[in-house]
Design a protein around this ligand. Structure first.
Ligand SMILES: Nc1ncnc2c1ncn2[C@@H]1O[C@H](COP(=O)(O)OP(=O)(O)OP(=O)(O)O)[C@@H](O)[C@H]1O
Length: 364
C-alpha cells in the first residue's frame, strides 16, 4: 500500500516549518477556518505533476511576507520500497522535483504514486463550464495512464501554434497541414485514453458494493473527430470556419463530459447539491478501486471538507469505503463531527494557527 510516512513543509503558505509522521490509515485534520488544513492537502497534491489542487502559481505559495521560496519533503512507503520526494521552489526559479536525492521531471511523480483529490470548488463541477469537467476527466485519465499528460501537452502546443496562424490570418496550407497532423496524432491518443478511463470507471462502479449512486459518464463528441485520419481531415475542412473565429473550434479540447445519475436517469446538473456531491464521491471511489486493482495498491486520497452536502448515511458509507479500500485518505473538517464519525479508524491531527505559523499536532 503506497502511503506517505513523513511530511515536512518549509515556508509553505501558512507554515514556516512543520514536520509530521503519519501511518498508512486515514488521517483527519481538524481545526477552525484558516488554520492551515487545506494547505497540508495542497502540499501533498504538489507531490504529483501539475499545479496542485488549487492550481496556484508556484510563486504565490511561498510563505508571505518573507517569500523566500518553499519546500515540501515527503517520505513514501510504496509497497516495500521507500522513496524520498522533494518538491521546491527558490525565488526566481521554476519548481524543482527530486526523487531519492536526484533531480527528476514532474511526470516521474505521476508514475511513483497516484494522488486523487476532491475539493470544495469541485462541488460545482456539474454546473460550471465544460473545461472543468475535461480537466477532471483528464486527471482521472492521468491516474490510469501517466503518459496522458504528455499527449495533452503536445496537442495543446500544436494547437497554440495553429491558433496563432488563425489569428494572424496566415493561409499557408503546408504549415497548417504539419500542425494538424501533430494535433490529429495526439488528439487521437487523448480520445483513446479518455475512452479507456470511462470504461475503467464504468466497470469499477458496476462491480462494487457501494452506497454511492452510479454516475454514467459519456463524452459528447458532436464536433470532435475521434481517430487520427478523421481528425486530420476534419481540421483541414474546418480551416475557413476556424480562420473566421480566430481559433480551433473542433478537437478533443472541445469535448464535453456528460454525467447521468443512473438510477434516476437525470443529468448530474439537474440533481440536488447533495446528489451532485454523491456522484463525485462515487467517481473518486471508483477511480481509487480501479487503480487499486491495476496497481495492487490504492491511491492516496485528499478529501477537503468532503462531508459538506453529504447526509449522515452517506458520510458513514464514505468512511467505511475508504477504510475498506485501505487507502491513506487525508480528510479535513472544522468540527468534532469528523472526530466522532471516524473515531479510532483514523489518526487525528489538530491544526492551529500560532504566532510562528500553522502547527499540526497529533491528538488521537
Ligand atoms: N503564501 C501564503 N503565505 C502566508 N499565508 C498564506 C499563504 N497562502 C495562504 N495563506 C493563509 O493560510 C491560511 C490557512 O489556509 P487553509 O486554506 O489551509 O485553511 P483551512 O484550515 O483549510 O480553512 P477553512 O476551514 O476555512 O477551509 C489562510 O489564512 C491563508 O490566508
Amino acid at each position: 500500500m503506497a502511503h506517505l510516512t513523513h511530511l515536512t513543509l518549509s515556508h509553505f503558505r501558512s507554515y514556516k516549518q512543520a514536520t509530521f509522521a503519519v501511518g498508512a490509515r486515514p488521517i483527519a485534520l481538524f481545526g477552525p477556518n484558516g488554520a492551515g488544513k487545506t494547505n497540508v492537502l495542497e502540499a501533498i497534491s504538489l507531490l504529483s505533476p501539475g499545479r496542485g489542487l488549487r492550481r496556484a502559481a508556484p510563486e504565490e505559495i511561498a510563505r508571505a511576507p518573507e517569500a523566500v521560496g518553499w519546500k515540501i519533503k515527503a517520505e513514501l512507503d510504496g509497497m516495500g520500497h521507500t522513496h524520498e520526494i522533494e518538491s521546491r521552489m527558490e525565488p526566481g526559479q521554476s519548481r524543482l522535483t527530486r526523487i531519492d536525492g536526484k533531480a527528476a521531471p514532474q511526470t516521474a511523480l505521476g508514475r511513483l504514486m497516484r494522488i486523487l483529490w476532491l475539493v470544495p470548488s469541485m462541488d460545482r463541477l456539474w454546473l460550471d463550464g465544460a473545461s472543468e469537467r475535461r480537466r477532471f476527466l483528464d486527471r482521472m485519465t492521468m491516474s490510469f495512464e501517466p503518459g496522458h499528460a504528455d499527449a495533452t501537452l503536445a496537442y495543446e502546443k500544436a494547437m497554440r501554434e495553429r491558433n496563432r496562424l488563425l489569428k494572424d490570418q496566415v493561409r499557408d496550407a503546408a504549415w497548417f497541414a504539419g500542425l494538424e497532423a501533430q494535433m490529429a496524432e495526439h488528439g487521437a491518443a487523448i480520445h483513446a485514453n479518455r475512452a479507456m478511463t470511462l470504461d475503467r470507471i464504468a466497470s469499477a462502479q458496476a462491480g462494487a458494493a457501494t452506497a454511492f449512486p452510479q454516475a454514467d459518464l459519456a463524452l459528447d463528441e458532436v464536433s470532435t473527430a475521434q481517430d487520427k485520419a478523421t481528425l486530420v481531415t476534419a481540421l483541414a475542412e474546418n480551416r475557413p470556419r476556424d480562420l473566421a473565429a480566430g481559433r480551433t473550434l473542433i478537437g478533443p479540447h472541445r469535448s464535453e463530459l456528460q454525467a447521468i445519475f443512473a438510477a434516476k436517469a437525470t443529468p448530474a446538473r439537474l440533481c440536488s447539491t447533495g446528489e451532485q456531491k454523491a456522484l463525485l464521491v462515487s467517481l473518486i471511489l471508483a477511480n481509487a478501486r480501479a487503480l487499486a486493482e491495476d496497481l495492487g495498491a490504492p491511491p492516496i486520497l485528499l478529501l477537503d471538507e468532503v462531508a459538506a452536502h453529504l447526509d449522515a448515511g452517506r458520510r458513514a458509507a464514505l468512511y467505511d469505503e475508504i477504510c475498506a479500500l485501505r487507502a491513506q485518505a487525508w480528510l479535513t473538517g472544522t468540527g468534532a463531527e469528523l472526530f466522532a464519525e471516524l473515531g479510532d479508524r483514523a489518526d487525528h491531527f489538530e491544526v492551529a494557527e500560532s504566532n510562528v505559523g500553522s502547527r499540526v499536532k497529533q491528538v488521537g
